[in-house]
Write a protein that binds this ligand. Structure first.
Ligand code: ZN
Length: 302
């Protein structure tokens, strides 16, 4: 192609390509607007690539989910005020990705496919989290209204629940589901005996711990987000904020500063200063520090 003229190079194309390919190249329209080419992601209205748009494209291309039907459900799910790990769990189970025994057996993993709570039915997500007698005991204690009694899939059940439960009930349901799966894992991997009281206790404790952590992180007037981030995770600092030095480096710098001041004072005042102040402790601690070459430091300062 002749870049300067924005047209095909007939000579090159005729020599290099066969007739069929030449024909295909001639059919490619060339712009006459004189603009430079830019990258454009066609799956986004603004042409900007995003993981979200790529994910939607993939899901639609493979027919995994009908996005039009379930948009409300996903919005309600992601808006739930519960710990991120619980949201992640709910997303996995709603997307049929939870590794239940039934799903593993379906994928040719050699496992017993029966429910670890009752051993009376295949362990599907709907069974182990909702329909199992043990799960029903937990739901009675959680006091979440019953929904979708004829649902055949967890996602249908959960979708109806999220559309009917109020905010508090939705949170209780989310935490109960997560706790049920946690206790189920304890039954499978640690051979504990399940108890519905334990499920409710785990659900409540986790939610209460998370709420306390959230209160700690709510900014009070005059407190910046950066400060809160540092409190939550020591070592995190934004690029424009002050540099946070480790304590041992600060100690070293402080001692060097004191030493330099004292040496300079000593030079200015002669013996007058040392008569009044005992310098032996400061000098000896610096000199005996294996990480500091006090002699070199002093010679450069002098
Ligand atoms: Zn069961």
């Amino acid at each position: 192609m002749q870049i300067d003229k924005l047209e095909w190079d007939h000579e090159v194309i005729s020599e290099v390509l066969n007739d069929r390919d030449q024909e295909l190249v001639w059919r490619i329209p060339l712009t006459t607007a004189g603009r430079e080419d830019v990258w454009y992601w066609v799956k986004d209205s603004k042409g900007m690539f995003s993981v979200k748009s790529a994910y939607r494209h993939q899901q639609q291309a493979h027919g995994h989910i009908n996005l039009n039907v379930s948009t409300d459900m996903w919005k309600r799910l992601w808006n739930l005020k519960v710990p991120p790990k619980v949201l992640n769990f709910l997303w996995r189970v709603s997307a049929n990705c939870l590794p239940t025994r039934f799903l593993l057996a379906l994928r040719h993993v050699q496992v017993d496919s029966l429910c670890p709570f009752c051993s009376a039915a295949p362990e599907t997500a709907l069974h182990v989290l909702v329909r199992c007698n043990f799960a029903k005991l937990c739901w009675q204690q959680a006091k979440v209204p019953i929904v979708a009694p004829s649902a055949m899939l967890f996602r249908s059940w959960f979708e109806e629940g999220l559309s009917k439960w109020n905010e508090v009930e939705s949170i209780e349901a989310a935490m109960t589901l997560w706790a049920l799966w946690k206790v189920r894992n304890d039954v499978v991997w640690n051979s504990i005996s399940p108890s519905s009281e334990e499920v409710i206790h785990v659900a409540k404790m986790n939610y209460s711990d998370w709420c306390k952590a959230q209160q700690f992180l709510v900014p009070s007037p005059g407190t910046t987000t950066t400060e809160l981030l540092r409190l939550a995770s020591p070592g995190i600092s934004d690029e424009q904020g002050p540099v946070v030095l480790p304590q041992n480096v600060l100690d070293l710098l402080l001692r060097l500063l004191v030493h330099v001041l004292l040496v300079e004072s000593h030079q200015c005042l002669g013996d007058a200063l040392t008569n009044g102040v005992d310098l032996r402790g400061v000098t000896s601690s610096l000199d005996t520090d294996p990480h500091v070459h006090a002699g070199e430091t002093l010679s450069t300062q002098q």
